[in-house]
Design a protein around this ligand. Structure first.
Ligand SMILES: [Zn+2]
Length: 335
């Protein structure tokens, strides 16, 4: 079950979890007219804060250029926007920086292996800023001018530490993927479909709904991980059933608390038409606390946040197709 969220700006300052809080509608009318000597307040009370102002403000302030460096925590990657193939490694032989014999690679100095107790597979890695965010290794890894560690302990390790303290065991099932690994991941899913006798067209369509092509995966940023829970007996859940994962106590806790650690669920249940990926309750990306908090308050997915912050995306084929009905005439019109 999802944590209740306050959808109305007008109720925010009362607190959604305060059922006994007074409201104008619930206040009984006075039984007697007030004495004439009592004057009405000369000035109206200051308006309570409107949380959605922050959302609107973010839209209005959308003038900054969209980050072009994949090191930026808010680099935009989706079906239309790609990460350069050379980021962060150029070698085609490397599988993961945590492989037993990693090939020489560039820009892997800020990639750390996930501690064994949190790693489903010991070879997995995340960028240190996403895992050990106390020590951002690059000056570009900031948000709103603040080092990402400014807000305190944030990132995946802090999240899993807090989850453990709350009685939940989490594991990183998949962390950083190099370009070649993402390519192999996508091809592997397609091969599995072909092995079942599916046509190539069917296989590509089906796999594309849930797996990104090489160059288009947030996992290549090093700030994204697939989390999964372990049962009370220590057995890690091995399936991909969305409801089972989302409704587990551990992942319910994650969904409610991830933003406090600068993490967001990239592909949520309510925005499949926008993200163009099926709901992935296990997939979290580190974007920094300020961004994660705003997304939580505004009910935005990462796509919506980045559009609000940097302005509407250009007419990418993906977004154009999303906005226009199938079969629409795309030819220029002269009026
Ligand atoms: Zn993922």
């Amino acid at each position: 079950m999802r944590r209740a969220w306050c959808p109305l700006a007008s109720l925010w300052w009362l607190g959604c979890s305060a059922p006994g809080a007074p409201s104008a509608a619930a206040t009984p009318a006075p039984r007697e007219a007030a004495p004439a000597t009592v004057e009405a307040p000369r000035e109206a009370a200051p308006a309570p804060p409107q949380p959605l102002d922050a959302c609107e403000e973010a839209r209005r302030a959308a003038s900054a250029p969209r980050p072009t460096d994949p090191d930026d925590l808010l680099f935009h990657v989706n079906r239309a926007r790609a990460i350069p193939a050379e980021y962060p490694v150029s070698s085609t032989s490397i599988w993961s920086p945590c492989a037993p014999t990693p090939a020489p690679a560039k820009r892997t100095d800020d990639l750390v292996c996930i501690p064994a107790r949190y790693s489903y597979r010991n070879r997995e890695a995340l960028r240190s800023v996403a895992f050990e965010s106390d020590a951002p290794s690059s000056p570009s890894l900031t948000h709103d001018g603040l080092p990402v560690g400014r807000a305190g302990k944030v990132g995946f390790k802090a999240l899993m530490d807090d989850a453990a303290a709350a009685g939940h065991t989490l594991t990183v099932r998949s962390g950083f993927r190099a370009y070649t690994m993402q390519s192999a991941t996508f091809s592997g899913w397609v091969a599995a479909e072909l092995a079942q006798g599916r046509s190539r067209e069917y296989a590509l369509r089906k796999v594309s709904a849930s797996s990104a092509r090489a160059g288009h995966s947030e996992h290549q940023l090093g700030t994204t991980a697939d989390l999964v829970f372990a049962r009370a007996n220590g057995a890690v859940y091995d399936g991909w059933a969305q409801e089972t994962i989302a409704e587990s106590p551990a992942m319910t806790w994650v969904a409610a608390n991830a933003h406090r650690f600068g993490l967001v669920m990239s592909y949520d249940k309510d925005h499949e038409a926008i993200t163009e990926y099926v709901w992935e309750p296990w997939h979290y990306r580190f974007v920094g606390v300020a961004a994660a908090d705003l997304m939580k308050r505004c009910g935005w997915t990462t796509e919506q946040y980045l559009d609000a912050r940097y302005g509407e995306d250009g007419p990418s084929p993906v977004k154009r197709a999303r906005r226009e009905p199938a079969g629409a005439d795309h030819s220029p019109r002269v009026h």
